[in-house]
Design a protein around this ligand. Structure first.
Ligand code: NAP
Ligand code: FE
Length: 371
């Protein structure tokens, strides 16, 4: 009989999933106070109906709200400090983050900064238990899983990298997932965010921090993504049933990384986003095949389990699907590969990869993926 190593499992997010879930569960907002700050991006939440549904639900509970709709993609420290100022001046009791990972992550950092006067170093200090206003998350993309994670990924231009604010206090209190909101995503966002979900499920499965329950969520998420990803076609509408499955797979993969964190793919992807302006999910997708090839040197059975769940026999078929989804790929020169790799080597999540990658391994994954 297999032994089970000791593990922890903590998932405090109340999840509502399904069409109209906000309207049908509006009373869930009631316990958080009388004033909300909505944190969102410039346009999409107004187009896909999520902002209106949240405002109507708050209204029906007698809760007033103000809107901070200036969240940038890959929000910066300065951007979330502006949001925190809005939270303080509106005297918000809680924050509702509506949008992709960028507004949801911004909402979490704003929730911390609204309550605490922190300099940049203290904001990201893992040894400080940062308190926060309650956060409610409404995803409108299907990939980051931020609605169920205790992480807020913020860009720090001073160090030219992304940083992770991680605290149990920023787990959203509620996640409302209505797959209808994702219907307006263009192909690039649909495919990119789905690849982010795949990356979470796969990296979590192969991480030093994987646990028996996190592996269950990984395998189910990978199975669903294996069925959905082949349906995505540039220039074609995505079937609503596929969108619903993608939203569910993203949720499961978010639960995975809430337990395990990520591995070397994510910090490698951050460099591509910061320096080459490549979307987060796409960046991970570009690296995924070479990463799995590298991992299979040490974890052959686990990589076979990933491919099996994905519905594939070998890494070549996996690469063919990735190539089709990604289209024309970006390239890196040798100087870029060397510079990014030395930064990635220092990342905490890189050390959760099995086998632990050396500098030359990271360079090799970049080279195979983007040369
Ligand atoms: P995003 O940066 O939130 O949004 C990308 C673009 O998609 C924006 O232009 C946005 O428009 C648009 N958009 C959002 N929903 C849409 C919809 N339903 N229809 C049409 N367009 C829509 O993208 P993301 O990939 O979801 O999030 C990426 C961020 O999440 C990165 O910063 C990444 O580091 C972070 N992340 C966090 C975690 C975590 O656990 N916290 C995990 C993975 C990734 P608007 O600006 O108008 O809204
Ligand atoms: Fe991610």
């Amino acid at each position: 009989m297999k032994t089970i190593n000791s593990f922890n499992y903590y998932m405090p997010v109340k999840i509502f999933f399904g069409q109209n879930c906000i309207t049908e569960n509006a009373s869930a907002f009631k316990t958080f106070g009388k004033k909300a700050l909505l944190v969102t991006g410039k346009t999409s939440a107004k187009v896909n109906g999520s902002q209106k549904n949240v405002c109507d639900a708050l209204n029906s509970c007698g809760i007033s709200c103000e809107i901070f709709d200036n969240v940038e993609c890959n929000p910066s420290v300065e951007n979330v400090r502006k949001g925190a100022k809005a939270a303080r001046s509106s005297q918000a009791d809680f924050i509702v983050g509506i949008g992709g990972g960028s507004p949801m992550d911004a909402a979490k950092a704003i929730a911390v900064l609204a309550k605490n006067d922190l300099d940049d170093e203290s904001l990201f200090d893992k040894n400080i238990n940062q308190t926060a206003l309650p956060v409610i998350a409404v995803p409108t993309t299907a990939g980051t899983g931020s609605e169920v994670t205790p992480y807020s990924i913020i860009t720090d231009p001073k160090i030219g990298n992304k940083r992770n604010l991680s605290s149990e206090n920023i787990f959203p209190r509620i996640a409302f997932l209505d797959p209808l909101y994702t219907a307006s995503m263009p192909y690039n966002t649909t495919a990119g965010t789905a690849l982010d979900a795949l990356s979470h499920a796969v990296e979590g499965f192969l991480s030093t921090r994987a646990t028996p329950p996190s592996r269950l969520f990984s395998i189910e998420s990978i199975k669903i993504l294996g069925k959905c990803l082949p349906h995505l076609q540039k220039g074609r509408d995505t079937d609503p049933a596929v969108r619903t499955q993608l939203q569910y797979a993203s949720l499961l993969a978010g639960i995975v990384i809430s337990q395990t964190g990520t591995t070397v793919v994510h910090p490698m992807g951050y460099a591509l986003t910061i320096h080459k302006n490549i979307d987060h999910g796409r960046a991970n997708g570009l690296l995924m095949h070479a990463y799995l090839e590298f991992i299979s040197g040490k974890q052959k059975d686990k990589v076979a389990a990933v491919l099996g769940a994905f519905g594939m026999d070998d890494l070549n078929s996996f690469r063919d699907l990735m190539d089709r989804l990604l289209g024309k790929k970006e390239t890196l020169d040798d100087h870029e590969i060397k510079t990014y790799s030395s930064v990635v080597l220092q990342a905490k999540s890189a050390a959760c990869t099995i086998p632990a990658p050396a500098l030359t391994d990271i360079e090799m994954i970049y080279r195979k993926s983007l040369k």
